[in-house]
Design a protein around this ligand. Sequence first.
Ligand code: PGA
Length: 251
Amino acid sequence: MSFTNKKIIAGNWKMNGLKNEAWQLTNDLLSKFESPDQKLQFEMIICPPATLLSEVVSMVDGSPIKVGAQNCSDKLNGAYTGEISPTMIKDIGAQFVILGHSERRSYYGETNEIVSQKAFSALSQGLTPIICIGETLEQKENGSALAVIEDQFTNSIPEGASIENIIIAYEPVWAIGTGKVATLQDIIDIHTKIREVSEKKLGSRNISILYGGSVKPSNAKDIFSLQDVDGVLVGGASLNADDFWNIAMES
Ligand code: PGA
């Protein structure tokens, strides 16, 4: 079985949110749930910046919302000034960590190898890594998207990973924050490829795959209609409680 049978709705706040805004956004989201034990067809995960993790974890305690970080160190502790370890993230009560986001790969030089080391450490602390992969526009246009996806998947997944303890997010770089969404056929083609590679590397096609890149309430229904999509990773639209909730409602 994959990570969960429910659709996953994950929000990546990126480097956005001061205390007041996080309080407001989290409360607005919490107010959408009828009761803490409401039966839902989805799992909701929010990933605030590290400075807000502790606060948000306390706020959502006892609710169906789960919390993730946006990055972590590959080290567990020690003389690594400025880094935050998976042990620390686990300690404050977050359960997930986004790793290998294309913004980290392109602005902070994270290679597949680094992503794999971080994911290994995250797994060792019981966090669930949400590992992001996706091709650039240039790679899409020169026909190498499938090869890039295979390479990123194969080399970003650490030893010890299984279809039960990691989540993949397919995020075409050209669709992130641009308003351009991959066509449904693009999503089908790449998710199919990911399942093939997952079968080779992890022995099963049933890995949880999220689609990310300009997901909003108006396109969520079509995206969720694809059998191969297990959820979404939402950036911009996760900063608005109504939009984020309305995306979840389409799942
Ligand atoms: P976006 O970002 O929804 O704003 O395109 C998605 C992401 O980067 O995870």
